[in-house]
Design a protein around this ligand. Structure first.
Ligand code: IPM
Ligand code: MG
Length: 361
């Protein structure tokens, strides 16, 4: 099979971690007989440096012409990078939000799994993590506060800013369906997270999610308020199978979920539209403080590439091979610095990529 993959290396550690994911994809292609055809795309700070804006229409068209896009991370240090002297709509993050919207990537899947081998890196007590946990955060990605009308202006002599949180029932229904569909392939439980005790948008969310739930009688649905969910994630993460939530809550809870797995450097993510197209990226940021040092953890990006093979290309066997290779390397005791613990062997970014390749095929 020929895979046309758009590649956004991005900023900070982006180019380093994407290089390892491409290495792993190439190895997988060799072993299973697939041709990887990459098109480099510019986005974020790297695009600002060349075009003055974080995402050009040409890049959007190139992304649309690909079967899937693999991405590193975008953005720089807000205190020191000249990108942050630009107005907000021209900064690196604006490119990310624009491509999500332009490609209609409304469903963001972030799996948070505690690997047995990484229990040492997990900040939770052993009695909480015993038996491990495996949850999927289904985050709505093209609505809510991120895309509502916003402004900053002077009102009665005071600087005043406002952001708006809007959802219509169709937006809620399509993400809820995705959440229930994936629950059917897992442990058949959906925890819908909202703030229905305060927000109208959450009350509509809850109503529509209940309507969708009626179409999935085999799936257990529970509602949870977002503040309680933040607490439950550290108190008893095992209880979760699929967490279904809106954009902003999903942003916050997915960082928290990643940390209880040991490191944000482990958390993959897929952003999907109605078709098979998806953008695959690690959930972590561009970590400009460690960029270029060769110490970043490439596993989240490598696992994102595995998700790409699974969701956009239906290559389950190949995706399994990558995921198993990651487990084996962890079992062997190799660690990047972020997941390092006593008695393990610390290795760098590209060595980690090599070790994972070594277990494929
Ligand atoms: C994420 C990131 C982005 C988001 C930022 C970089 C805009 O935190 O993908 O979680 O908030 O969605
Ligand atoms: Mg985030």
């Amino acid at each position: 099979m020929k895979l046309n993959i758009g590649v956004i290396k991005g900023d900070g550690i982006g180019p380093e971690i994407v290089a390892e994911a491409m290495k792993v994809l190439d190895k997988t292609g060799q072993v299973y007989g697939h041709e990887m055809n990459y098109t480099q795309l510019l986005m974020g700070g790297a695009s600002i440096d060349v075009h003055g804006i974080p995402l050009t229409d040409e890049t959007i068209e190139q992304a649309k012409a690909s079967d899937a896009v693999l991405m590193g991370s975008i953005g720089g240090d807000a205190k020191t990078s000249p990108w942050y002297q630009l107005e907000p709509s021209k900064r690196p993050e604006a490119g990310l939000l624009k491509i999500r919207k332009a490609l209609n990537l409304f469903a963001n899947l972030r799996p948070a799994v505690l690997y047995d081998e990484l229990k040492g890196a997990c900040p939770l007590k052993e009695e909480i993590t015993q038996g491990g946990f495996d949850m999927m955060i289904m985050r709505e990605l093209t609505g809510g506060l991120y895309f509502g009308e916003r402004s900053t202006e002077e009102v009665d002599g005071l600087m005043t800013a406002h952001d708006t949180l809007t959802y219509n029932e169709a937006e809620i229904r399509r993400i809820a369906k995705r959440g229930f569909d994936i629950a059917m392939k897992r442990r058949r439980k959906v925890t819908s997270v909202d703030k229905a005790n305060v927000l109208d948008s959450s009350r509509l969310w809850r109503k529509v999610v209940e309507e969708v739930a009626a179409e999935y009688p085999e799936v257990e649905l529970e509602h949870m308020l977002v503040d309680n969910c933040a607490m439950q994630l550290v108190k008893d993460p095992k209880q979760f199978d699929v967490i279904l939530t809106e954009n902003m809550f999903g942003d916050i809870l997915s960082d928290e979920a990643s940390m209880v797995t040991g490191s944000i450097g482990m958390l993959a993510s897929a952003s999907l539209n109605e078709s098979r197209f998806g953008l695959y990226e690690p959930s972590g940021g561009s970590a400009p403080d460690i960029a270029g040092k060769g110490i970043a953890n490439p596993i989240a990006t490598i696992l994102s590439a595995a998700m790409m093979l699974r969701f956009s290309f239906d290559l389950d066997k190949e995706a399994d091979a990558i995921e198993n290779a990651v487990s084996k390397v962890l079992k062997d005791g190799y660690r990047t610095i972020d997941i390092m613990s006593e008695g393990k062997m610390q290795i760098g970014t590209s060595e980690m990529g090599d070790k994972i390749c070594g277990y494929i095929g």
